[in-house]
Design a protein around this ligand. Structure first.
Ligand code: HEC
Length: 227
């Protein structure tokens, strides 16, 4: 009875679509965190992005169909790429090739409700080597987006915003001791969670990501570079 099977499939699809729409309002949001964000891209050469999708910034989500859309600065070219599971639970990889030089913005659609992430522009050129190396502060700004901090925190130096109020403090003009900040980013359990608020999940950063993030947060948005 194939028609029965088909209608079951169809209602399952309808239910899934409904779940995707309602998931968000019931807290079904996810953060996206990219590994080894490149400082530049090489024209005509495949680049692979690896990223992890975590529900509420915590639980890795498997079985999703994420996709990438990489747009040129003038918005005239869009490179589309699918992503597939990559080893660890909730980790995906996507490979794409940039057709010409210029600045490109990568958007990762999680495939989990409307949760998505658009990175800051990355320059593509013939060599794939960034001509002027980024300062720690600039790199930290890129990482603040790419590591998914923007999924919970507002920082006015970047345009990505949390989808709703996540109970996380705005970080635009917050001042911290740099040593404390580095310890916090390595493990937010160094102090008890603020009473009545959510805990910050461990953002799973590497040491080489922590120093630039500290530099960026400590700059309190005074960094002028546009990327
Ligand atoms: C899933 C949501 C979430 C994500 C993702 C997240 N944070 Fe947080 N963050 C929080 C919450 C909630 C608090 C408040 C915790 C508390 O006070 O107990 C917080 C607090 C902070 C603080 C203040 C610490 C203090 O002692 O006042 C800093 C700095 C911070 N986060 C930086 C980051 C950075 C950088 C990233 C990305 C690498 C990040 N956060 C990712 C939720 C998040």
């Amino acid at each position: 009875m194939p028609h029965v099977a088909r209608s079951i499939t169809r209602s399952a699809v309808a239910l899934a679509a409904l779940a995707a729409v309602t998931a968000f309002s019931f807290g079904g949001w996810a953060t996206i965190s990219v590994e080894d964000v490149p400082e530049s891209l090489r024209v005509g050469q495949p680049t692979t992005f690896r990223f992890t999708i975590r529900q509420h910034g915590i639980e890795p989500l498997e079985g999703l169909n994420p996709s990438l859309a990489i747009r040129s600065a003038d918005g005239k070219s869009v490179v589309a790429a699918a992503a597939s599971p990559d080893g660890a639970k909730g980790r995906y990889a996507s490979t794409f090739t940039i057709p010409r030089s210029g600045d490109w913005r990568v958007t990762i659609n999680s495939g989990f409700g409307p949760s998505k992430l658009t990175l800051l522009p990355i320059a593509a050129n013939a060599t794939g080597v960034s001509l002027a190396a980024m300062t720690d502060t600039e790199r930290g700004k890129h990482l603040f987006v790419a590591k998914g901090c923007v999924g919970c925190h507002i920082h006015r130096a970047v345009d990505e915003r949390p989808p709703a109020d996540m109970g996380a403090p705005e970080l635009t003009s917050k001042a911290f001791d740099n040593g404390y900040l580095a310890l916090w980013l390595a493990n937010p359990r160094i102090r008890p969670a603020t009473k009545g608020g959510p805990e910050m999940p461990n953002p799973q950063l590497s040491q080489k990501e922590i120093a630039p993030l500290v530099a960026f947060i400590s700059s309190q948005g005074r960094a002028t570079a546009s990327k």
